[in-house]
Design a protein around this ligand. Sequence first.
Ligand code: A3P
Length: 326
Amino acid sequence: MAVSHDDDMAMAELEISSLPAETRCPPFLLRHYGGFWMPESYLPGVAAAHTRFKPRPSDVLLASFPKSGTTWLKALAFATLNRVKHPPRHPDHPLRRCNPHDCVKYLESGDRVDDDMFTALPSPRVLGTHIPYSLLPAGITAEDGSGGRIVYICRDPKDALVSTWFFVKKKLAAEASDGEPPKPYTIEEAFELFCEGRAIYGPQWHHVAGYWEASRRRPEMVLFLWYEDMLRDPAGNVRKLAEFMGCAFSGGEESAGVVEDIVEICSIDSLKNMEGNKTGSQRTFRNETFFRKGAAGDWSNHLTPAMAERLDKRSSRRRCEGQGSC
Ligand code: A3P
């Protein structure tokens, strides 16, 4: 779907309460907009990004479907871009004190998104987003590249679903008041809704397809990474990321082990144990809930083979990998 400045205007004038609603995907009320189920509470931030955000050619936007490795990608990109100012081994590295979501803010971080917040950031700026490609502000996806580069992280949808389910269950448990049990939320319910595309920023396969197609059309501006591939070869993917962001590692950095140091500080075991991630929160989500297993294939402990087959048929992942198109 092409994005134009008319879409920016339409987004700005959006009557959120008039959009179709989905109430069965806790913890958010979702609204259907532009073919996606968007959290209602984030739509003002999306609209603000359309009207107020001024992209720069040096910007790096880290995009993802939720629970696909966003936190990890934010940590890796932040540590890589800022490695001169903040050497990864330094005991006072920001990632040792702060959650990756504090180091890299979301483009759509609520209606607090304003020019000043992002204008004040020095270039190259790095931001995160869950906004589908077709709903990004037109300035960011400008064909001439003036809107900066995009890195997308894609994960097996079965693991993204299971990860979301655990995340939401923890949230519901935290919300339950004293003596009240958490609201029930079974994997079967979550699965059925996910297969219908009714998930936070779903359908997942359309989210993936938008960025996949953009990465095929504009490979110099949109880098498509696979979570599972990053688990297999984190150092190789960090090198790829650095090169794409225009800050490839020098021979000296390679021999000093800087790539391995970045991989280490951003590993799930390392981040999980940082003081800043054991406490604090992002909006209403506790920082610790962003780190669970960090593995590929955990879905097999929670979904039946029949469920897996159904979701595989629904998702575009196989087609992306196998045929070079979605
Ligand atoms: P699991 O719940 O399967 O363990 P997001 O960051 O998009 O919210 O995704 C969260 C998922 O990424 C969780 O998956 C989480 O454990 C995993 N994750 C978080 N940090 C990670 C890291 N440093 N390395 C690998 N996976 C990580």
